[in-house]
Design a protein around this ligand. Structure first.
Ligand code: C2E
Ligand code: MG
Ligand code: MG
Ligand code: MG
Length: 280
């Protein structure tokens, strides 16, 4: 059918391009209103260590009034490009810290920090102000940054990470192995945790290369006195393999999908019951 249309095909293509652009433009415009319109919310994904829960990662969600839920991979880059991430990130941080105050005292909350946010001046001051305001001890906050944040290895970057470190805030390197991986980051920056990207976890059972990489990253992290989290763990076999090579923490659908805030209380009490069971 497409063949006989000839000229029509080109304009159909143009039309769909236009539609796509219009949709992006619509998204971008609504995104600017989303914070004041209270369309953002946060879900929390449990992080497991040795059969118990050590905390949750805060994951930002956007419910568009007409289009429904828009995935973070779509709207976060837009928000970054339009300079909105510092404001949105500050909102997520406060939400997450307030939520964490309701959890057991040893639970951490992990918050993702984008490059645009990380590079704004006064970040460390704003973070410690938020912690003071909410009353959350700094060692219960873990900031997740990706390697792209560190692309510019400026004095400022190093200062910011060192200041956060001195404040007692934990720092993890997210999506390890997928971006501009350079081992020099591991030498320069004081990370507490390395998160191995799910790219290496998904085919762990079948791909000897992923197995070798994961085993080496675990050893590397431990040699540098850092912890390791595996992301995207979906099967018991992956979890077993990760335990076997000494990976400290697991995160993924096997433990739990990201949970709406209303479901956390029940999740925590169930988790504690099952741990008590295991210990008795
Ligand atoms: P991330 O920080 O690496 O988060 C992990 C992503 O993997 C989340 O996707 C999570 O829902 C998903 N995931 C977790 N377990 C599994 C699993 O077992 N299988 C599969 N297939 N996926 C799993 P999500 O929520 O769509 O977030 C995508 C990315 O968006 C995040 O990757 C993070 O880079 C960014 N992001 C999310 N929230 C925030 C935020 O508040 N601030 C910033 N700056 N970035 C955020
Ligand atoms: Mg993360
Ligand atoms: Mg990640
Ligand atoms: Mg990721």
């Amino acid at each position: 059918a497409a063949k006989k249309e000839g000229r029509g095909r080109a304009s159909a293509f143009d039309a769909s391009m236009l539609e796509l652009l219009e949709q992006r433009e619509l998204l971008r415009r609504s995104l600017r209103m989303a914070l004041v319109q209270q369309e953002f919310f946060v879900e929390y994904q449990p992080i497991a260590e040795g059969g118990s829960i050590v905390g949750f990662e805060a994951l930002l969600r956007w419910h568009h009034p007409l289009l429904g839920n828009i995935p973070p991979v779509t709207f976060i880059p837009m928000a970054e490009a339009d300079g909105m991430m510092p404001d949105i990130g500050a909102w997520v941080l406060e939400q997450a810290c307030r939520e964490a105050m309701k959890w057991p005292e040893n639970y951490i909350v992990a918050v993702n920090v984008s490059a645009a946010e990380f590079l704004t001046s006064g970040l460390t001051d704003r973070i410690s102000q938020t912690l003071d305001l909410v009353g959350l001890p700094p060692d219960r906050l873990e900031l997740e940054i990706t390697e792209s944040v560190l692309l510019e290895r400026t004095v400022n970057n190093i200062d910011t990470l060192n200041t956060l470190n001195v404040l007692g805030i934990r720092i993890s390197l997210d999506d390890f192995g997928t971006e501009y991986s350079s081992l020099s980051y591991l030498k320069t920056f004081p990370f507490d945790t390395i998160k191995i990207d799910k790219y290496f976890i998904t085919d762990l059972e079948t791909d000897p290369k992923s197995q070798t990489i994961v085993r080496c990253v675990v050893d590397l992290a431990h040699g540098l006195d850092m912890q390791v989290t595996a992301e995207g763990v979906e099967t018991p076999a992956q979890a077993e393999w990760l335990r076997h090579v000494g990976c400290d923490r697991l995160q993924g659908y096997l433990v739990s999908r990201p949970l709406p805030v209303e479901a956390i209380g029940e999740f925590i009490s169930r988790a504690e019951t099952s741990v008590r069971h295991a210990l008795s």
